[in-house]
Design a protein around this ligand. Sequence first.
Ligand code: SF4
Length: 231
Amino acid sequence: MIPIGGLQRFSSIDYPGLLCATIFTQGCNFRCPYCHNPELVKKDLFRPPLSCTEVIDFLKSRINKLDGVCVTGGEPTIHGQNLKDFLEEVKKLGLLVKLDTNGTNPELLEELLKKRCIDYVAMDVKAPLSGYAAVTRSPIDTYLIHESIRIIMNCTQEYEFRTTVIKSLLTRDDLGQIGILLKGARRYVLQRFVSSRVLDLEALNDLLCNEYEVEQVAEEMRNYVESVAVR
Ligand code: SF4
């Protein structure tokens, strides 16, 4: 079973348009400096995980009160078939499932989509492919990212791609390249960085884009993607 580092019993923002519970898995293969969940990324900060049975029992008690579940992290797909087993248990309860992913496990993602274990997928697109290692501070085969984008763009479920906009990590040219990468996608979300607790705050000096700058980027993205939102 998957290591669950946290459970938010009720959220009206994690699954667009629906009421959900949010499940946080432990462990991630990236080290993005703006990460808001270091306790799910750095092993020495992990808390003893909740048991999956306990979480499933909680969800059972919320049938008819919740529409769905958002599974986020950390990076849920690093847990492979254990994630699939868990999502199948959730689907048996009749709940909708949204998965947040960094796109590094396209094989599993494709299986989860094909088997209808997920109803909504949100993939972070961290950078243009050439900048991935620098932004995520992790060695990454960008073929995997490209594959996940391709799989999601061809799925029948709802989806969104999203990018956290931070000036010191992404230039306007980088964002333009992301637009080209996502050409033809249905939905894209620009996330304004909110400075609070992050993995590496020092790396993020001079990081905030003002509203006008983010709106300018959104306007540019509308050349590539059907629907662009700012969050
Ligand atoms: S923001 Fe980056 S480091 Fe944090 S959980 Fe997401 S992919 Fe992992």
